[in-house]
Design a protein around this ligand. Structure first.
Ligand SMILES: Cc1ncc(COP(=O)(O)O)c(C=O)c1O
Length: 364
């Protein structure tokens, strides 16, 4: 066999399939997209361009340029996150891959609250690990009895993503405290994917695991908050013994990350994105108000997704109907072991959202 056994459980992401379909249609109402609809703010683009012109185009240190690591460290300290080491990665994706490589042995189990960001499942499978899902329906809360049922001697770590893709939920502090208590009792590591931590609509900030527990790997990045998805920049902070291994692995995988983006990111961390977030709160209100009569739906408190249950409780069939009406949303089955919901991204213009809401109500 030409292809490695490692890939036997791996299939292309369902989100990509919807993207590809949307690209072929004329003027689709595309509410399937997982990135902001605004561009990188001009001064940050200028900063990147200036560093390219200055010739800052070579390899950078494997763990990231020192000034950015320091800046990220002080940003995380201000948030009260526990860590002893920071590294810069090729997006949160790159950080997650390094963590999976560093931590998962074949047969190890990884606890993932369901619904979940699809990459977690596949990165675990890629390492020969076993994803174990903890149900959070219908209100997307973390429940002790669900965790206790699923944790075993083989559990290696727990992944928490809040604000959450695909639900838009922010787990309340009491839920996070419960997970930390469970982890502490068993000396388990927690991976906390905080990539949407600037998209918080109803309070100044959201609680995160890294504030509550020392044995946390905190992942953050510049893709969502500053719309730098194509610049591929993120970071990981956590215990030294793990970070050191991840830095060694970065040498042999990515080597180092994007040079000029690191310089622009330095500036980004001081750049106020409040106005952008306010616009996203308006979009959140628009879509929630537009759907709540016809759909069973939780109000998203963060990120830029809403995850309603669809009438008939068949997400795949609903998405087929939506596509026939020129609307692209993603079936919940891409993010879950259930197929009862759909993920709608509200990272779109208000005009597109209004067109989408009209179709959703018509076919719902
Ligand atoms: C929860 C979550 N984590 C990580 C990522 C990937 O982020 P990055 O662009 O930093 O690799 C995404 C992107 O959609 C995401 O939704």
């Amino acid at each position: 066999m030409l292809i490695s056994d490692r890939l036997s459980n791996i299939k292309p992401s369902g989100v990509r399939r919807i993207f590809d379909l949307a690209r072929q249609m004329k003027d689709p109402i595309n509410l399937s997209i997982g990135e902001p609809d605004f561009d990188i703010p001009e001064p940050l683009k200028e900063e990147g361009i200036e560093w390219i012109r200055k010739g800052f185009n070579k390899y950078t240190p494997t763990q990231g340029i020192p000034e950015l690591r320091e800046k990220i460290a002080s940003h995380l300290k201000k948030k009260g996150i526990h860590f002893d080491e920071v590294m810069v990665t090729a997006g949160v994706t790159g950080g997650l891959l390094l963590a999976s490589l560093a931590l998962i042995n074949p047969g190890d189990e990884v606890i993932i609250p369901d619904p979940y960001f699809v990459m977690y499942e596949y990165q675990v499978l890629l390492m020969g690990g076993v994803p174990v899902f903890v149900d959070t329906y219908p209100d997307f809360r973390l429940r002790e009895e669900e965790f206790v049922k699923k944790i075993s001697k083989k559990t290696k770590f727990i992944i928490i993503n809040s604000p959450n893709n695909p639900t838009g939920a922010i787990y309340p502090e009491e839920d996070l405290e419960m997970v930390v208590r469970i982890a502490r009792e068993r000396d388990l590591l927690i991976l906390s994917d905080d990539i949407y931590d600037s998209f918080v609509f109803d309070e100044p900030s959201c609680p995160c695991i890294g504030q509550l527990y020392e044995k946390t790997l905190t992942f953050g990045g510049f893709s969502k908050g500053w719309a730098m998805t194509g610049w591929r920049l993120g970071y990981v902070a956590g215990p030294k013994e793990i970070l050191q291994q991840m830095i060694t692995l970065q040498q042999y995988t990515f080597s180092s990350v994007n040079s000029f983006a690191q310089k622009a990111a330095l500036k980004a961390l001081d750049f106020n994105m409040e106005d952008y977030i306010k616009q996203y709160k308006r979009k959140r209100d628009l879509i929630y108000e537009g759907l709540r009569e016809k759909f069973q739906v939780q109000k998203p408190r963060g990120a830029f997704y809403i995850f309603p249950e669809v009438p008939g409780r068949n997400g795949d069939a609903f998405v087929e109907r939506a596509i026939q009406n020129n609307l692209f949303v993603v079936p919940g089955s891409v993010f879950s072991k259930r197929n009862t919901h759909v993920r709608i991204s509200f990272a779109a213009s208000e005009e597109t959202l209004l067109r989408g809401i009209e179709v959703l109500n018509r076919i719902g």
